[in-house]
Every structure is written in structure tokens, then in C-alpha cells.
Design a binder for this molecule. Structure first.
Ligand SMILES: [Zn+2]
Length: 343
């Protein structure tokens, strides 16, 4: 029997490219505590994992002292993960971690089982649980950050595919002759809708002589995707054209997803989603042009309307989603069944 006053909680971890965030979350989605540290991905991976595990242990100990009962640990990492081995197969944001048995290393240090998940999958589950998708059971989410991550939630659970690598929506081809992508392909969504892509397009526009204001800013202080967004909002036509391209690329992919899945909701999150007012008109226009399923569900929504929405949890989506994984017996089972020793 549970001692009185005990609250079950899980620990969710978001191991991003630039920082490491850890949260204790209870079964109803209430955040009990959150800690953040800079990971500095250039450091050796053992050091990053070691620091992460110490922080998890410290947080767990504190929560247990306060009457909590730890039910599990979920860790979101960027890159494609093999669910069987718990290895990170490829991770553009964690370059030295290729084929590294991340799960095994974390479990060895913590002395407990953990659930390892792609960070964008975790974010999609987080938005489904507590964010934009809390009223639906199925959604696709794209996370626009340094890269573009994707996650598919079906029947309330992450769709893993055969090996855990499903949902790489950021690497759907938008332009077959487009810029080379980190994944090896050409013209992926990531090359048009990530913060990195926005900065590249702004540099190209500035160098091409067609964007005097962008060129001035570039010469003075360089730009981030936020700067380009602010310029678009202030009416600079070259910056607006960059976000129109972001919107068209997203629209092409969302239209394909609507036609494929006919889900009730498609969610756009990540830092670049802050620029929603400047890219969403062209995105929606593109979806209307390219998806007759979208048009059909919009004009006769009696059977259900397709909603394309902004994410609501900001950068916490992945943290909540990672914790949620450890709180869902079905997910824990699925991850455990998929397991095989790493070596
Ligand atoms: Zn790609």
C-alpha cells in the first residue's frame, strides 16, 4: 500500500544540443521541479552523461525526501535511436555520439532502467498530453529549432515504426534539387524551416544584393533567425520572403501528412514557431493548394476538422513528454519488449 501523502513522479530529461534540462513531473502533469545546465556538447560524451546522471540522482533524492515515489526516467535525445539496442545511430547535434550505447551508459550509472526516446517524439507526446493536442488522441508535430524534428502520435502513443526511427518529418523532401542536408539528402524540410536555414537564406539574400536591410544588419552584427523574424514583422520585404519560403516548405509537408494520415491535428513547435504570424499565412495557403483532404475537412467539418496549430508548451514539451513516457505502462512495456542487449 502507498504510504499516505505519497505522490508518484517521473523524471524527464531533455538532452539538447546546447543545454541539458531535467524535470520531476507527477502523474497529472504537474511540474514539481526543473533544473537546467549547459551541456556544452563539445565536451566528451562520458562527461555529459555523468553530469546528467548526477543531476537526475540529486533531483530524485530531493523529491523522495519530500514524499515522492519515483516511477521511472525518460530521456529525450536528438538523433535517430535504435530502440532495440538503445544506441544513438546518427545525431547531427551530438556529433561524437554516433553508435554510442546511450541507454546502457545511463542505466549503468543510475542503476535503474530508463526509456530513451528521440527528443521530437517526446515533444509530440508532451504536446498531446498537456499542450495543443490535449483534446485529441492523434497528431503530428514538427519542432523547428536548430534542425527540424518530427513526431507522430497515434492512439495516444508515439508511433515508433519498425526500429524506433519513425517520424523524421524534418527530412521529408521539399525541393529535390535543394540544399544538401545533414542527413545526406537534398532539399529536406530542415533546409527551409529550421533556424539554421533561416540564417542561411538571410545570408544568401544579403549577399545577392536584393536585401539591403538584411545586408546592413549582417555587416553590423550578423543575424539570428529571431532578427530576421523581427525584420519581417517590421515590414522588410526580403525578410518576409524568407518566412514565406519557410511557410511554403512547411505547407508542402503538412499537406502530405494530412493526405497520408487524415489526423485531427498538426502541431508546429520549437523556437522558430515564435515566428508563426509571419510564416503561417503562406503555410496555410500551401496546405489548401496541395491537400484536398484538408479542404474537404475544412469545408464540411461535420466529420471532424483538420486543425493546424501552434505548440503550447514551448521548450518544455520534450521534458514533459519524456516524463510522460515513464508514467505510461503501455509505453514502458513497448520499450522493454523492443530491448536487446547493446552488444
Ligand atoms: Zn535531411
Amino acid at each position: 500500500m502507498k504510504p499516505q501523502g505519497t505522490v508518484s513522479f517521473a523524471i524527464g530529461v531533455d538532452l539538447g544540443g546546447t543545454n541539458l534540462r531535467i524535470a520531476a513531473v507527477d502523474g497529472r502533469g504537474k511540474l514539481r521541479e526543473k533544473v537546467a545546465t549547459g551541456t556544452g556538447v563539445a565536451r566528451p560524451r562520458e562527461e555529459v552523461i555523468g553530469e546528467m546522471c548526477s543531476a537526475i540522482q540529486a533531483l530524485a533524492a530531493k523529491q523522495k525526501k519530500a514524499g515522492g515515489r519515483l516511477v521511472g526516467v525518460g530521456v529525450g535525445v536528438p538523433g535517430i535511436i535504435d530502440m532495440k539496442s538503445g544506441m544513438l545511430r546518427e545525431s547531427p547535434n551530438l556529433p561524437g555520439w554516433h553508435d554510442y550505447p546511450v541507454r546502457e551508459e545511463i542505466e549503468r550509472r543510475l542503476g535503474t532502467r530508463v526509456i530513451l526516446e528521440n527528443d521530437a517524439n517526446a515533444a509530440a507526446l508532451g504536446e498531446k498530453w498537456l499542450g495543443a493536442g490535449r483534446k485529441v488522441d492523434e497528431l503530428c508535430m514538427m519542432t523547428l529549432g536548430t534542425g527540424v524534428g518530427g513526431g507522430i502520435v497515434l492512439g495516444g502513443r508515439i508511433w515508433h515504426g519498425m526500429t524506433g526511427m519513425a517520424g523524421e518529418l524534418g527530412h521529408i523532401t521539399v525541393d529535390p534539387e535543394g540544399p544538401r542536408c545533414g542527413c545526406g539528402s537534398l532539399g529536406c524540410l530542415e533546409q527551409f524551416a529550421s533556424a539554421t536555414a533561416i540564417e542561411r537564406m538571410a545570408r544568401e539574400a544579403a549577399a545577392g544584393g536584393t536585401a539591403p536591410a538584411l545586408a546592413r544588419v549582417a555587416a553590423k552584427r550578423g543575424f539570428s533567425s529571431q532578427t530576421v523574424c523581427q525584420m519581417a514583422e517590421a515590414g522588410d520585404s526580403a525578410a518576409q520572403e524568407i518566412f514565406a519560403r519557410v511557410g511554403r516548405a512547411l505547407g508542402i509537408v503538412v499537406a502530405a501528412l494530412v493526405n497520408t494520415f487524415n489526423l485531427p491535428m498538426y502541431v508546429i513547435g520549437g523556437g522558430v514557431a515564435e515566428a508563426w504570424p509571419v510564416f503561417s499565412p503562406s503555410m496555410l495557403e500551401e496546405v489548401r493548394k496541395r491537400s484536398f483532404v484538408y479542404v474537404a475537412t475544412s469545408s464540411h467539418p461535420a466529420g471532424g476538422k483538420t486543425v493546424i496549430a501552434r505548440a503550447e508548451l514551448g521548450s518544455d514539451a520534450g521534458l514533459f513528454g519524456a516524463a510522460r513516457l515513464a508514467l505510461m505502462p503501455d509505453e514502458v512495456d513497448a520499450h522493454n519488449r523492443a530491448r536487446q542487449p547493446a552488444r
